[in-house]
Ligand binder design. Structure first.
Ligand code: NI
Length: 159
């Protein structure tokens, strides 16, 4: 495994729509492992492939709860319920945070690294992190949705 460079605000790759994964290859599995290592190396709770310069619909999320580490390929939100607003940050925007309104609970479908279909229901912080990462796959950044963007008041995990 290897650390990848996290692309920062202003890098055009962050604005591109990522492409659906058609075939799970060894190269893709290496990408997933590298993304996990990169995310943990900076205490992140989520990372999307475009953030390491790869335009594929792949995300990793770990909000340190009972769901553990999630590696998702071609994730799609299939259901939404409720809304809530909370603070968010992003590994591509170090040092800033903003208040973002998200769906409180979501249903999600994706492929796991073995190509098996997975379906999960997430709420709260996990739902927030997943929505944030899926936004990255569409070239959408949290600053597009945030109000009250400010310097980070305290150390908080990024996405
Ligand atoms: Ni982010």
């Amino acid at each position: 495994m290897a650390l990848r460079i996290i692309r920062k605000a202003g890098d055009p790759v962050l604005r591109e729509a990522a492409k659906e994964v058609r075939k799970i290859t060894p190269v893709l599995k290496v990408l997933l492992d590298d993304m996990v290592e990169t995310m943990y190396s900076v205490q992140g709770v989520g990372l999307a492939a475009p953030q390491v310069g790869v335009g594929k619909r792949v995300i990793v999320v770990d909000v340190r709860d009972e769901n553990g580490l999630l590696k998702m390929i071609n994730p799609v939100i299939t259901g939404r319920e409720g809304r809530e607003t909370d603070m968010e940050g992003c590994l591509s925007f170090p040092g800033i945070q903003g208040e973002v309104e998200r769906d409180h609970r979501i249903m999600l479908r994706a492929l796991d690294p073995e190509g098996e279909e997975m379906e999960i229901c997430a709420s709260g912080l996990l739902a927030r992190a997943l929505q944030h990462e899926i936004d990255h796959l569409d070239g959408v950044l949290f600053v597009d949705r945030a109000v009250h963007i400010a310097e980070e008041a305290r150390s908080k995990a990024g996405q």
